[in-house]
Design a protein. Structure first.
Length: 357
């Protein structure tokens, strides 16, 4: 089968023939019908993370179960599924205390699975490697969804939408009438915008370095768009009677944008970091500033969500029309165009590219 493979930092991404094992006990084979190109995948190839290579990219996807191994009870062949890159074990301390998104056994950056056509041991991103024609994964990594749910929408539920909507609803608990700023308008950031507007937040201020994102932001539900320059915090305060917003969501994963989110938030407000950054990108805040501002700074890992509960809930929202994912998808391509989709994302263009193998 064909898959998008990374071989080293800085090397071009290539579609290659690879071999996956047959499903073992408790595993399933899924034919991928749609996969999103996510910034976390870019982190696997630009040096932010250091996974083993060769590596099949991709972790946000949906497809149809093609084959099941012995002992599989969760799904049957022909069932439509969303992939879950961080299935909780349901046994560790965090799972037992109602925080499955922090499961200590979930979310390994890459795991060994299969071989290249040349016989090299192969790794797959976040246990999935979903920018491929097929995946073989544990049954706990698939979540059944209605067959009438469009595959493009289903794919986004597995990462961007679950992360962004969860950050608003479950991590921050945005309430009607609260003010929100969203910094960074990729697929996750636009999902935050949409969820904040659905929660009744006002104003919802969308912030990005690219003025081209203004139309996307408003389509997702932003009340205002602000260019991320040296005047952005003054502009935010101009929309909030000089105070700053109740909630700022940082969806980039950089120290400078985290500081921007911090400064855009009112005293006593909440800063939620949704973007995943580099370990050596240090955020500096003074002790006096922390005390005086009384702000809360925290991260949102996978939207503080339980995918087994929340993905079906989001699927129902898409089907009943209360969750519109159309503004998130700005490009579509096949596997051969996936490398260029990564290049567009690195340049900050568009929101989500959906790959249809």
């Amino acid at each position: 089968m064909r898959a998008l493979v990374a071989r080293a930092v800085g090397e071009p991404l290539r579609v290659e023939d690879v071999e996956l094992p047959a499903p073992a006990t408790g595993e399933v084979r899924v034919e991928i019908r749609a996969a999103g190109v996510c910034h976390s995948d870019l982190s696997m190839v630009n040096g932010t993370l250091a996974p083993p290579y060769p590596l099949v990219l991709g972790h946000e996807a949906a497809g149809i179960v093609a084959e099941v191994g012995a002992g599989v009870t969760r799904v049957v062949p022909g069932e439509h599924v969303v992939l879950n890159w961080a299935p909780p074990c349901r046994r560790c301390w965090y799972c037992g205390h109602g925080e499955p998104w922090l499961c200590e056994r979930a979310g390994a950056p890459a795991v060994p699975r299969g071989r290249t056509a040349g016989g090299e041991p192969l790794h797959v991103t976040l246990g999935l490697g979903a920018l491929a024609e097929q995946v073989v994964v544990p049954q706990d990594a698939v979540i059944g969804v209605p067959a009438e749910l469009p595959m493009e929408a289903a794919a986004l539920l597995g990462c961007a939408v679950l992360t962004g909507v969860g950050a608003v609803r479950r991590t921050a608990g945005v309430a009607t009438g609260e003010s929100v700023a969203v910094i960074g308008l990729g697929g996750v950031g636009l999902s935050v915008v949409s969820a904040a507007r659905a929660a009744g937040a006002a104003p919802v201020l969308a912030v990005d370095v690219s003025p081209a994102k203004a139309e996307l932001a408003r389509a997702a539900g932003a009340t205002d768009f602000l260019v991320a320059d040296d005047s952005v915090n003054r502009a935010v305060r101009g929309h909030t009677d000089g105070r700053g917003v109740d909630h700022a969501f940082e969806c980039v994963g950089r120290a400078d944008t985290i500081r921007t989110a911090w400064r855009a938030t009112r005293r006593g407000g909440q800063v939620t970091v949704v973007g995943m950054g580099a370990k050596d990108d240090i955020v500096g805040l003074s002790a006096l500033e922390i005390f005086h501002s009384a702000r809360t700074l925290r991260s949102s890992v996978y939207g503080s969500s339980d995918p087994d509960r929340d993905v079906p809930e989001l699927a129902r929202a898409v089907l009943d029309g209360t969750l519109d994912l159309a503004p998130l998808i700005t490009d579509r391509t096949d596997l051969d165009g996936a490398a260029e989709a990564f290049a567009r994302m690195a340049r900050g263009e568009g929101a989500r590219t959906v790959v249809v193998p």
